[in-house]
Design a protein around this ligand. Sequence first.
Ligand code: B12
Ligand code: SF4
Length: 472
Amino acid sequence: MRLTLVHPCIGRRPGEPYIKAWQMEPLPPATLAGLTPPDWEVRFHDDRMEAIPFDEPTDLVAISVETYTARRAYQIASEYRRRGVPVVMGGFHATLVPEEVSRYCEALVIGEVEGVWATVLADAAAGRLQRVYRGEGRPGLAGLRPDRSIFAGKQYLPIGLVEAGRGCHFKCEFCAVTSYFGATQTRRPVEDVLREVREVTEAGRKLLFFVDDNITSNMDEAKELFRALKHEKIRWVSQASINAAHDEEYLTLLGESGCQGVLIGFETLNEANLRQMRKRFNTMRGGYAKALENLRRHGVRLYATFVVGYDEDTEASVDQALRFALDHKFYIAAFNHLTPFPGTALYDRLKDEGRLRYDAWWLDPAYRYNEVPFWPAKMTPEQVRASCVEARARFYRWRSIARRSVDRVNAGNAMMWSAFWTINAMLRAEVDQRDGYPLGDLGYTGEIIEASHSEPFSMTTRPRGALEAWAA
Ligand code: B12
Ligand code: SF4
């Protein structure tokens, strides 16, 4: 049997290259390939960087669907369906909006795939694919071995992606991760992570990215991993919540284990916004000032992210966030508009308040990337969009880049100093490149063909996420 894995892009304007910063090795298809028995022949096409050979013979197509890639995923599925090939879909959007996604695939996997992939493949081989497969609960991650051989010959950014854990125990209102994983986190055994770290570094990756949603979600487990990493002599980056910055042992272990920087979601400087986000842990124990002082003392470089469009935001508060980012000389920073992802508490609240500008912004042909799809409370959608672009443009001015480049923490070692210039220059070039980006391939002229199903989709198959758990 032949399996074709496809990683869709968000969209494309004919003739234009895809956004460089997003072209990293995608772990979802590598994870599926690693779980696929050897009697299946596996091929992989990354829609972000190559044309998909739709006529290449195959027996089953598997597509990861995120909210931003849904329109493109449905175009790709239609092409295979037209050729009589069944399509299975999974991933974040597939799990959070299963009724919609199920219309565009022969089989849908809800939740994590580890416990059900063998059954999906066996059913496909026997010609009896079911409409819905449900990954029950949180599968253990021991023994997981992503198969990176599928990336051979593709020109990805030179950074190795490794998963140490999945999910996060916090319940931020806007976060799809908390809905998907029901505010829980699971970890891979440290030995599995170390084995993969060695494989990826031996394959030539000098910098590793632990893609964990929040590597500090469980501090004891995080410290256990960092202690083990001390002996590996690697350089790594990851994502963490700021509450961890008050733990001296953690901060020391970060340095000793080779951490080069962490992404921290600051989101906003406004306490009322943080309360509404359910993210007040951000300013606990002395707030940002104390946390930043600790991180600086330990030489931790920061990728600071800010979100614009919460109810207390005004143009002045965006300006304040920008000045904060410049004053603290962050290695890099992101200023993005708030996005109501379906399946999140934020989406449901804005819907209840009648503030969504589209029924389903991710499917609307008129919607473009970076357009604010809801009505903010104190700004117009256009003011939110424009203030994000303006903040990015000012953060990535050459003068700001030069000033931040000589900061003691940012210039801490030659590799990260050189990477500083490359990354800042790349983000400078992309300040407004994503603005107006289409969802789906604008050059697609085919018809969107829905899958034909004999049974209706049942809501009872939807997993119980964080939101339902609170309600219960
Ligand atoms: C690493 C990462 C990135 C990296 C690398 C992406 C890449 N090339 O792979 C970078 C930084 C480039 C990135 C960019 C973006 N990202 Co991102 N990213 C992640 C992160 C943290 C980890 C992804 C990962 O590798 N996970 C490990 C894999 C193994 O897990 P998984 O994807 O959940 O897959 C499992 C299941 O979902 C399922 N599954 C997945 N696909 C499929 C397919 C089939 C057929 C089946 C059966 C099952 C299945 O099986 C897997 C194993 O159980 C996730 C959060 C997360 N926990 O996943 C966000 C996440 C996917 N990103 C997100 C977003 C919004 C973005 C951006 C739009 C951000 C932005 N504004 O710039 C861009 C879009 C990029 C693009 N699509 O082109 C959102 C998506 C939300 C949503 N509702 O769709 C997430 C969930 C983060 C969040 N907090 O909300 N991202
Ligand atoms: S801390 Fe980060 S990953 Fe965790 S729920 Fe909040 S936004 Fe999501």
